[in-house]
Design a protein around this ligand. Structure first.
Ligand code: PEP
Ligand code: MN
Length: 361
């Protein structure tokens, strides 16, 4: 199946190297769309994105301006000569977008998770072989679902395909809004090496401060481009305001990015190091979650006049961890050291709560 995808996919070199797509999360008004687009054009951006039909989690929030925004996008194209891109989730969206001259369609993470919806989009695209379609990863970390969506489009004759990595949904509070799980886009690249692969650091990070690092990591890993949200007035944005940057900031971010040589060994080493970085970030998040539960226990112990250290409980945890660790190729000694450090910090935080109130940090 992968070799079928391999054979015909176009490289999209003509869109830039790296390909940079930017624009607001949502089109909100004609003025916002045109102002942002002109500023992006001045910043050297050639592909303008804006969401019209927004897949929002809750029904009460801003759902996008819909069809009305197509005219604004068409105006951007006329006035700035940029290519225009929007998200489509239904055959009606596809038809309207194509009629309005949209150059690049992207399929959002929630839609890619639904094969019925992807098939409907693929079917309506039959015969529109010139259109470029970018496929985000599905919200859940399922590489086959991602590949399946690309294959459905390929089977409909679409050859100008690209994938966008935007991270995966998680339950709970983490550093990033969506977990990058870099091993998944890396595996996609391994299976379909000619498929252009973009990274969306805005949706992975969820906060604008993460965009520079995530973008650099993506380029270091060999991604072919970036898909970054920008807005002329991010703090007033109607969706995703924390993760949008002004076109001016975007320009600064892009100027600082280092495009490295792609020698085989260094790419491989980067990939491995990025996996290590991801593991370290995961470790930190798990530890922080554990400490937060531990602080809740501290509050309970304070209220019920219990002692902080309960040796039998720690003993049980340690034995269970040692036995699990041996099955996972880690030594008893190593796990003892790790657990002892973790336990020590837990105890320190709880003692702090018992003596100084609830803020243990
Ligand atoms: C978007 O790019 O605006 C968007 C909705 O993204 P995702 O599908 O990745 O959530
Ligand atoms: Mn968004």
């Amino acid at each position: 199946m992968s070799s079928l995808l391999l054979s015909g996919i176009s490289s999209l070199q003509e869109l830039g190297s790296p390909v940079i797509v930017s624009g607001p999360c949502s089109a909100e008004s004609r003025a916002q769309v045109l102002t942002t687009a002109k500023q992006l054009k001045d910043a050297g951006i050639k592909i303008f994105r804006a969401g019209l039909w927004k897949p929002r989690t809750f029904p009460g929030s801003f759902q996008g301006v819909g069809e009305a925004g197509l005219e604004w996008l068409a105006e951007v194209k006329r006035e700035t000569d940029m290519l225009i891109a929007t998200e489509v989730a239904t055959p009606v969206h596809v038809q309207l977008a194509l009629e309005a001259g949209v150059d690049i369609l992207w399929i959002g993470a929630r839609t890619v998770a639904n094969p019925f919806a992807v098939q409907e989009i693929a079917t309506i695209l039959e015969g529109h072989t010139g259109v470029c379609v970018m496929v985000k990863n599905p919200v859940n970390p399922d590489i086959d679902l991602w590949i399946g969506a690309l294959q459905r489009l390929y089977n409909s004759g679409v050859r100008r395909l690209a994938a966008i990595h935007r991270g995966f949904s998680t339950y709970g509070r983490y550093i990033y809004r969506n977990s990058p799980q870099w091993n998944i886009p890396i595996e996609l690249h391994r299976q379909i090496p000619h498929l252009p692969l973009l990274c969306d650091p805005s949706h992975i990070g969820g906060k604008r401060e993460f965009i520079p690092t995530l973008s650099q990591w993506a380029l270091d890993m060999g991604f072919n481009g970036l898909f970054i949200e920008s807005h002329c007035n991010p703090n007033e944005a109607l969706s995703d305001k924390e993760q949008q940057v002004t076109p001016e900031v975007l320009k600064k971010i892009l100027n600082k990015l280092i495009i490295r040589d792609k020698s085989q060994t260094s790419t491989e080493l980067h990939l491995l190091r990025e996996r290590i970085n991801q593991c370290d970030a995961d470790l930190l998040e798990v530890l922080s979650r554990r400490m937060s539960v531990s602080r809740e226990i501290g509050v309970f112990k304070k209220e019920h006049h219990l002692q902080v250290v309960q040796t039998s409980r720690y003993d049980t945890i340690l034995k269970s961890m040692i036995s699990q660790a041996s099955k996972l190729d880690m030594s008893e000694d190593f796990i003892k050291k790790i657990m002892s450090a973790v336990h020590e910090e837990s105890v320190r935080q709880q003692i702090h709560i018992l003596n100084n109130g609830e803020n243990s940090k």
